[in-house]
Design a binder for this molecule. Structure first.
Ligand SMILES: [Zn+2]
Length: 334
């Protein structure tokens, strides 16, 4: 008998997956005030043999240390270990994000606000890692208190976690070490943040954390789309997302995400053809005129993601902070 028991912890859903001969928890659960007690209650004494975290974000891996202290090993893909260990994002990455805002072409007041937001995030990150009490809940009240993230070193690289009947697939994009759990016998996909009901997630601007990249920045969105294509080929029957309720008709949801991405890519390319060359901010302003001032980082991540895909397809290139249509002229050898 194979069964998946969803356990809702604030905005997150983790899953106890029971197969013949194994009991696995997908995602550690987030560390808010009372979450560990809720989790123990829901498990009713059925402790998992192993916990696998789909990626290193705090709402998916935040209770990693707590599980290890109870003798339960926690697996995480190696590229996200810097997140779990509290080594990323580091000072250099925060500084790079500040430079990104300053170089984006944003008006000085918008750039200054974006830098202030990064500094606030940096301070908040430090307090979440320190484990001195719980931060207050965010304005959106996704969890009853703010989240902590006590640093831990995962017990195993995901590829070395052996669970009969479950495949752990490394699909970088959402983060460098993002992964999903796949049960081919049932067609069940445990998708973490890769595939969510009702929204198309956009990966945030982030460092590569030691994985291959031309500079500090991990090119998330091209890989995120490739991951969706890979999941499409699996033809999952049912998706168990890291937030919200399980859903069927998975292929249709993946197709909707992919076609929305293609529409956005076409719009971005069309705008550059018509009005380019443009800075990142100018392009974001053309595409999202109302939102870009208020939600700089979200929109900047979305538009940079589109540019990364178009660049990878050889359709645009950057020249002195402006994005141009076509391919960069070969530079003369010096
Ligand atoms: Zn995430």
């Amino acid at each position: 008998m194979t069964a998946a028991h969803p356990i809702v912890l604030g905005d997150n859903t983790v899953y106890l997956v029971e197969t013949d001969g194994s009991r696995v928890l997908v995602d550690t659960g987030p560390d808010f005030r009372g979450s560990a007690e809720l989790l123990l209650d829901a498990l009713g004494g059925k402790m998992p043999e192993v916990v696998i975290a789909t990626h290193g974000h705090l709402d998916h891996a935040g209770l990693g240390r707590w599980w290890q202290e109870r003798g339960v090993p926690v697996g995480l893909q190696r590229a996200d270990w810097p997140l779990a260990r509290g080594e990323a994002p580091d000072d250099e990455e925060f500084a790079a994000l500040e430079r990104f805002a300053m170089a984006s072409g944003a008006p000085s007041d918008v750039a200054a606000e974006a830098v202030a937001a990064i500094r606030a995030r940096r301070a908040w990150n430090a307090s979440a890692r320190a484990g001195t009490g719980y931060p207050p809940p965010g304005r959106d009240r996704r969890w009853p208190s703010g989240l902590r993230y006590l640093p831990f070193t995962p017990s195993a690289e995901l590829a070395d976690v052996q669970v009969p009947g479950i495949e752990l697939l490394h699909l970088p994009g959402h983060t460098p070490g993002n992964a999903v759990a796949w049960l081919p016998s049932e067609g069940w996909l445990f998708a973490g943040d890769q595939l969510l009901p009702g929204i198309t997630p956009t990966p945030a601007l982030q460092g590569h954390h030691g994985t291959e990249a031309p500079d500090w920045r991990f090119r998330s969105f091209p890989k995120f789309l490739a991951a969706l294509q890979a999941l499409r080929r699996l033809q999952p029957a049912r998706c168990f997302p890291g937030h919200g309720e399980p859903f069927g008709d998975v292929g249709a949801v993946i197709d909707a995400n992919l076609s929305q991405a293609e529409q956005r890519l076409e719009r971005a390319l069309g705008t550059l053809k018509l009005r380019g060359p443009l800075t990142l901010y100018a392009l974001a302003h053309e595409l999202y005129p109302r939102a870009v001032r208020r939600r700089f980082w979200q929109i900047a991540a979305t538009v940079q993601g589109l540019l990364d895909v178009l660049e990878a397809r050889g359709l645009v290139f950057e020249d002195g902070g402006r994005w141009c249509v076509g391919q960069a002229a070969a530079r003369p050898a010096s």
